[in-house]
Design a binder for this molecule. Sequence first.
Ligand SMILES: [Zn+2]
Length: 116
Amino acid sequence: MECRKYEAQVQNFLDGKLNDEQAEKFILHVQKCDRCYDELEIYFSIYRGIGRSDDRMIEDVDFEFDGTIEDLRDMLGQVLREIEKRRTNRNIKLLIVFIIAVILIAAILILLSEFI
Ligand SMILES: [Zn+2]
């Protein structure tokens, strides 16, 4: 059912072409779906063989790849953690921008009130 969608995303995932939200859904699916995991594992081996993953997804997440297939599960966990970290950083940046905006507005209101 859902599997077709995720099977179609395997190569894009390995190429690092999925956005964070897509990649997260993809990983959560393959972690519990043997069929899609097997599909990913096949492509992972092929990509590893021709060296494509080295400068894409795996490097993005700073993953030390030592060439054993078990590392695919580690890599998926690592990618999930990176996505989570990026999301947290984004939320922190938004919060900082919001606080600065509030301070600026307060400062402007105080300045204005002195002229009235
Ligand atoms: Zn599946």
